[in-house]
Write a protein that binds this ligand. Structure first.
Ligand SMILES: NC(=O)c1ccc[n+]([C@@H]2O[C@H](COP(=O)([O-])OP(=O)(O)OC[C@H]3O[C@@H](n4cnc5c(N)ncnc54)[C@H](OP(=O)(O)O)[C@@H]3O)[C@@H](O)[C@H]2O)c1
Length: 334
């Protein structure tokens, strides 16, 4: 399969040691599944995907779980006749159970070979393709790093020509979960959270990925939307929208207050908050691509356009690093 280079306005980066030239801003397609993100019109999704491709996006991130395959099937429709231009990344979940898996659970119970194989066949069918560029395991446990049995099955899928590369995605609470596997060079690709609030990967995970030539996909560059600057203290989310929980309790006003401080730092600069959020994640040299979630033409055009903006100057980057937020720590607060 040959992959065309994107138009020059959208810059590309090497995708780890795989040698692919991937658009530095790619497509996060969770919201295209509807459900957890509320109503979504498939025609709007297809128009957004096709516009992104026209602008040079050549990687799309989706998952079995995004609307029970709806996101994958919409992508397949949008890609009719253009499949060869795009790197498709999708995710296989473990068998139903705790999410994230608990430390006492056995990997062979959650990711048995029979499940991995049946799930891959469904991914190929939903995406209407005979080979997936990257298959990620959607969630993992540190307990499984010592004997990561599913990776041998994924190697076999590569030999069979059903996938070109594989990796694992970190859970929201632990961006260092895969460090052992990264240090051992066991993964082609890792997907992790890295943004103006969650900067912990800069300590270990990103340097380990860089040293081992592991491609990095940065997710949640907007912290589920807050870092675009669009939330106000009065923002609420409808019943069924997962952000009702993510921004539950007093988190909306607390988050907005922090975003306002970021906005203060951007006041005399040419960067809008969403652009700065994208540029911040891309400023780490280990980052291969960021995958902002996008659900319409306006978001595609705004986000993809950030590639053409100048890189963040060092002094501004340094200032923005101060917005790190250790939300998982009881003493420092949520
Ligand atoms: N591996 C995993 O477990 C995992 C978990 C989460 C996400 N992901 C992947 O990472 C991708 C990105 O994460 P995410 O979508 O959850 O969060 P995100 O990128 O932090 O935020 C995306 C949301 O921000 C809003 N937005 C995007 N561009 C905007 C703009 N220019 N101006 C204003 N608002 C804008 C949109 O929401 P509204 O239009 O609704 O406001 C959009 O759905 C996902 O799509 C998915 O592919 C993976």
């Amino acid at each position: 399969m040959t992959l065309a280079s994107p138009p020059s306005a959208l810059r590309t980066r090497p995708f780890g040691k795989l040698g692919w030239a991937v658009s530095e801003i790619s497509y996060g397609a969770w919201a295209l599944g509807g459900g957890a993100w509320g109503e979504q019109d498939d025609r709007e999704s297809i128009a957004a995907l096709q516009r992104a491709i026209d602008l040079g996006v050549n990687l799309i991130d989706t998952a079995a779980g995004y609307g029970n395959g709806r996101s994958e099937q919409v992508i397949a429709r949008a890609l009719a006749g253009r499949r060869e231009k795009i790197h498709l990344v999708t995710k296989t979940p473990p068998l139903p159970g705790n999410w994230p898996p608990q430390p006492h659970e056995r990997v062979e119970d959650r990711y048995p070979e029979s499940h991995l194989r049946a799930n891959l066949e469904e991914r190929l069918r939903f995406l209407n393709t005979d080979c997936i560029d990257v298959l990620l395991l959607h969630v993992w446990s540190r307990a499984w790093n010592r004997d990561p049995q599913p990776l041998a099955v994924l190697e076999q899928f590569k030999r069979e020509g059903k996938i070109r590369a594989y990796g694992i995605s970190t859970p929201d609470h632990d961006q260092d979960q895969l460090n052992t596997l990264l240090a051992a060079g066991r993964l082609d690709v890792i997907q992790l959270v890295y943004n103006l609030f969650e900067q912990q990967p800069a300590a270990e995970a990103l340097p380990l990925a860089q040293a081992s030539g592991t491609a990095v996909m940065g997710r949640l560059v907007f912290d589920e939307g807050s870092l675009t600057g669009k939330l106000t203290p009065a923002t609420t989310f409808p019943e069924g929208d997962f952000r009702r929980g993510y921004f539950g309790g007093d988190r909306v006003p607390r988050t907005v207050a922090r975003v306002e401080r970021i906005r203060d730092d951007l006041r005399d600069t040419p960067y809008a908050p969403a652009q700065a959020a994208i540029k911040f994640a891309l400023a780490h040299p280990a980052m291969s691509t960021v995958i902002p979630g996008m659900r319409n033409l306006a978001q595609v055009e705004a986000n993809v356009g950030a590639s053409a903006a100048p890189d963040l100057p060092d002094a501004l980057l340094e200032r923005l690093r101060r917005h790190i937020w250790l939300r998982g720590n009881w003493h420092a607060g949520k």
